[in-house]
Design a protein around this ligand. Structure first.
Ligand code: SAM
Length: 282
């Protein structure tokens, strides 16, 4: 959390050092991430994608900005929904991988990929004021040391009736201060498993490194924001938040290979690991 965002000023970890390591970390894991994400891992296919799509309420022909697009998995989905897409990421490697996948999938004309740092207000504004009907930022705000500049830029990049949809790791249930817990209990001869989370911190979780996916070559920095700070950044920039989803894997119990791993989020069906919200200019 950046001091500019107003909270967590007493962090013992050097934010500046972490922020400067972020780009390097993402460059280093772009190829691994692209291979694992492909055209959508379970988080993307079950949680993030469907909720973001519902909240975006996209109309064919609309122009959409995909901020921190990664390998472009959602940019291609937007193109499939007949949007015109501008997709940005600060990792040159990710942009190259996304472009290659998108051309291969036949959406080369519908998605324009650009390298841009989402924490740099001027870089983002250079995309064009009031150019976009909608913007999306999936699973990336918690990777950024500051989000106020992006929020301010988005307020001006969006048309007056635009909307901004973002997904993040749920700050209450899925952060570096959370421990996943599996307990097994013998209830009169029947073994009962209970999945829960232990939340050791929420209001002030210092920035630190973590893995985005199991087996990653390097960790990357996380910048936790409680809900008041996350939505506060929207409000400060002139947005109202008018839609929210907290998707979980409920209904898909044991459905996939990764659900066989006891502490996979797919088994914590009562707890949403992701928060997806929609902000509109006011
Ligand atoms: C967890 S991945 C999510 C990628 C994609 N949105 C998705 O849902 O698959 C986070 C992405 O954010 C990008 N990113 C992190 N900080 C950024 C910044 N300051 N500006 C632009 N992109 C950033 C990383 O390069 C990476 O592609």
């Amino acid at each position: 959390m950046s001091a500019a965002d107003g909270v967590n000023k007493d962090s013992t970890v050097s934010e500046t050092a972490l922020a400067s390591q972020a780009h390097k970390a993402w460059e280093e894991k772009a190829v691994f991430w692209d291979e694992m994400m492909g055209e959508g891992n379970a988080f993307q296919r079950v949680l993030v994608g469907p909720a973001a799509e519902r909240l975006l309420e996209l109309q064919p022909g609309e122009t959409v900005l995909d901020v921190a697009c990664g390998n472009g998995v959602f940019s291609r989905r937007l193109a499939e929904l007949r949007a015109r897409v501008v997709a940005t990421d600060f990792s040159e490697k990710f942009v190259g991988l996304a472009r290659a996948r998108t051309e291969k999938a036949g959406y080369g004309d519908a998605v324009e990929y650009l390298v841009a740092d989402a924490t740099d207000e001027e870089q983002m504004l250079a995309l064009g004021e009031e150019r976009f009907d909608a913007a999306v930022c999936n699973m990336a705000l918690m990777d950024m040391p500051t989000i106020d500049p992006l929020m301010r830029a988005l307020r001006r990049l969006l048309r007056p009736k635009g909307r901004f949809v973002f997904s993040v790791q749920h700050p209450a249930f899925n952060s570096k201060a959370v421990t996943l817990v599996l307990e097994e209990e013998d209830r009169e001869g029947t073994l009962v498993e209970t999945y829960s989370v232990k939340v050791a911190g929420y209001l002030r979780v210092p920035p630190g490194k973590g893995a985005g996916m199991p087996g990653e070559p390097v960790p990357h920095p996380y910048f936790h924001r409680p809900l008041s700070e996350l939505f506060g950044a929207c409000f400060r920039a002139g947005f109202a938040v008018d839609g929210m989803e907290e998707p979980s894997f409920a209904g898909r119990e044991g459905g996939s290979r990764s659900a066989k791993i006891a502490l996979s989020w797919e088994n914590f069906v009562e707890i949403p690991p992701v928060l997806v919200a929609r902000a509109r200019p006011i």
